[in-house]
Design a protein around this ligand. Structure first.
Ligand SMILES: [Ca+2]
Length: 334
């Protein structure tokens, strides 16, 4: 055992620890230019934005698929938000849904939103990016579809969905303690269930916490594959501006399990994503949803939604981050 650390030195260490700067992430993306998102909706890169500050009738009219029975407002909001109210999605009956068809097909989209889960039992609640061919002004029933709507060819209907929602531990029904993906696409791997293919979770290993009853900033990037037969599609997800995972051809290293869920760790490089097998459509809708099909409904709050063709980033609160001055009067002790 080494010599005891002198008490006088311990007090110096305590003093130094208490004065360490709190890590502050550098502001990134479009949000950096618009303090508390003020004016961000006019940015040329923004496809759609909604802060839910107008009347329920006004902002709900900008979406389809919800309606008064499943949608309300709340005075709860994230500290960083520039507003005073958020959207409350209520699964009374079965679903609170805010669906928005985009004006065209996009090859790459970033979607940032703030979310607060008020419970952890029901599932299929979160943010969704997708595409329909032909495009649709309303959300369609997509459960179990593997990229092509039954009866399949030759009708030509296509669909892909990239969702970030609450998931079990792992893949259980309840409680839903973490956030994962629920992706449906034409090339989704793994076993079918009675001929149906349900959403795949690519974030088994990451085990991102649901953070019950806390606001968090989520951003999803979807890049479509560029050629109908190429797996060069991508998916990246951030929570509070920290990249949870970036799925690109060759990374991360891991493997799909028998259920078609991706387990990062040992294996080989990520094969990339064949989101679509025709180039006649791309990302053409987004959705915020609180869908309950297992009982015990609870509400989920959403706010400060921005859809753009470049990185958005979490809200810039305008706080000035001043670098700490260089320490003085420090001396190296033996
Ligand atoms: Ca708001």
């Amino acid at each position: 055992m080494g010599p005891a650390f002198p008490a006088s030195h311990r007090s110096i260490c305590v003093l130094m620890l208490c004065c360490l700067p709190i890590p502050v992430l550098a502001q990134v993306g479009l949000a950096a230019k618009y303090v508390r998102d003020s004016g961000i909706g006019s940015d040329p890169a923004v496809v759609f934005s909604e802060n839910f500050e107008s009347s329920l009738a006004t902002w709900s009219a900008r979406f389809n698929g919800g309606g008064p029975s499943g949608v309300g407002t709340s005075t709860d909001h994230a500290t960083a938000s520039g507003g005073v109210q958020s959207a409350r999605l209520i699964p009374s009956g079965i679903s609170g849904t805010l669906y928005r068809q985009l004006s065209t097909d996009y090859d790459q989209v970033w979607m940032r939103y703030y979310v607060k889960y008020l419970g952890n039992v029901s599932h299929h609640s979160g943010g969704y990016i997708g595409g329909y061919f032909p495009p649709s002004s309303f959300p369609q029933g997509d459960a179990g579809i593997k990229g092509i709507r039954p009866p399949g060819p030759p009708n030509g209907d296509r669909v892909f969905i990239s969702a970030f929602e609450q998931r079990g531990t792992p893949d259980g029904i309840a409680p839903q303690t973490h956030l994962g993906t629920y992706n449906n696409w034409v090339d989704m791997p793994g076993l079918g269930f009675g001929g149906l293919y349900f959403g795949r979770d690519l974030l088994i290993t990451e085990n991102q916490s649901l953070n019950l009853n806390a606001w968090q900033c989520v951003e999803i990037r979807v890049k479509m594959n560029s050629v109908a037969a190429s797996n060069d599609g991508e998916l990246q997800i951030w929570v509070d501006d920290v990249s949870i995972q970036n799925f690109v051809p060759g990374s991360p290293v891991g493997a799909y399990n028998v259920n078609g869920d991706w387990v990062t760790g040992s294996g080989s490089g990520f094969p990339g994503l064949l989101w679509r097998d025709v180039l006649t459509y791309g990302v053409n809708w987004i959705k915020l949803q609180n869908y309950n099909d297992v009982g015990t409904p609870y509400d989920v709050l959403f706010d400060d939604l921005v859809v753009a063709t470049s990185r958005v980033g979490c809200i810039n609160t305008g706080a000035v981050v001043t670098p700490l001055p260089a320490p003085t009067n420090l001396r190296v002790l033996p």
